[in-house]
Design a protein around this ligand. Structure first.
Ligand SMILES: [Zn+2]
Length: 315
């Protein structure tokens, strides 16, 4: 597993590929927009993957020695929301006791789990040029677990773990060396406690609260995010451990709205973070680098990634 920078599909260019390869960063991550409509941006990416121009770029990345990975909020895609009309029981129950198709699924529903696993196999096979590390994250946000009588006692983390184990088991029948990321992020920052971690599930730690928590609980959320690192590393000790950071995430800085803002990375904070992540045992370091594509360059010139590349060599 290689260190990487993660960009949006429409930002992929020869220039980005050369920049990463020249800097000695081993992989490029492709990330369709998250949020409520993540299933649509994933569907668009799959369409884009069929085009010659996209495939040429991925082939070029490979010739430059870069690995390619796809980091996706995938559940809305894997369990199509239209199914709610005929099978509301596939979907989660909210706190009010109502089935809703807003996010995720009911992990106690066998048919839903089977469908998700089958669709995950198709998705894994269709990701053009991908490594066998898969990032099929659940839907993006808070309080999205199933609260039905069967699922109620399972945390968001345990529910995620059940789906990941199930998807990976199915994918491994076709791709034996497949691995899958457990995204430790927001609600799933607490390690799973009731569901076993299958072989091949690796930790991906994304400290989102550090940058975004602003409400009255912000301090507690940010502290919890840090305190969970040690138990997460213990829980996911069999595979390489990965960080997904936001040091170059100009989409976050721009409020996930175009036009992009002028971006200046916080070098000191990044260096301190990288040194600390290495010290405590993370193997692989990655960061979002969205909203630094062609439209950004036209406004502000090329974004410099030297500090990140140098820091990776130093630590
Ligand atoms: Zn349920």
């Amino acid at each position: 597993m290689k260190n990487s920078m993660i960009i949006h599909p429409d930002e992929l260019s020869e220039k980005w590929i050369d920049k990463l390869a020249n800097a000695g960063i081993g992989a490029i991550g492709i990330h369709p927009c998250g949020g409520r409509n993540a299933f649509e941006s994933l569907a668009e990416l799959l369409k884009r993957m069929q085009t010659q121009s996209y495939r040429r770029l991925i082939d070029y990345a490979h010739t430059r020695g870069l690995e390619v990975e796809y980091e996706l909020h995938a559940m809305g895609y894997l369990l199509g929301r239209k199914l709610f009309d005929t099978h509301p029981e596939y979907f989660r129950m909210n706190e009010k006791g109502e089935r809703t198709k807003d996010y995720n699924l009911c992990v106690s529903n066998e048919e839903a789990m089977e469908l998700v696993a089958e669709n995950a196999v198709q998705l894994a096979k269709s990701l053009y040029g991908s490594t066998h590390n898969y990032y099929f994250w659940l839907d993006d946000g808070r309080d999205m677990r199933c609260n039905c009588p069967m699922c109620r006692d399972l945390s968001a983390s345990d529910q995620q773990m059940m789906v990941l184990n199930r998807m990976l088991r199915e994918i491994k029948k076709h791709i034996p060396d497949a691995r899958m990321a457990y995204l430790a992020y927001v609600d799933s920052i607490v390690p799973p406690s009731m569901v076993e971690v299958d072989d091949g599930i690796f930790l991906e730690y994304a400290p989102f609260e550090k940058y975004t928590a602003r409400n009255e609980n912000a301090k507690e959320l940010i502290a919890r995010e840090r305190e969970m690192i040690a138990p997460l590393l213990r829980t996911f000790n069999k595979e390489p451990k990965k960080v997904l950071e936001y040091w170059y995430d100009n989409s976050m800085l721009s409020g996930w709205k175009k036009p992009p803002k002028k971006f200046v990375p916080d070098k000191e904070a990044m260096l301190a973070d990288i040194a600390e992540y290495r010290r405590i045992g993370f193997d692989c370091i990655s960061t979002f680098a969205c909203f630094l594509g062609k439209d950004y360059e036209e406004l502000y010139g090329e974004a410099d990634i030297t500090d990140f590349a140098d820091a990776l060599k130093q630590y």
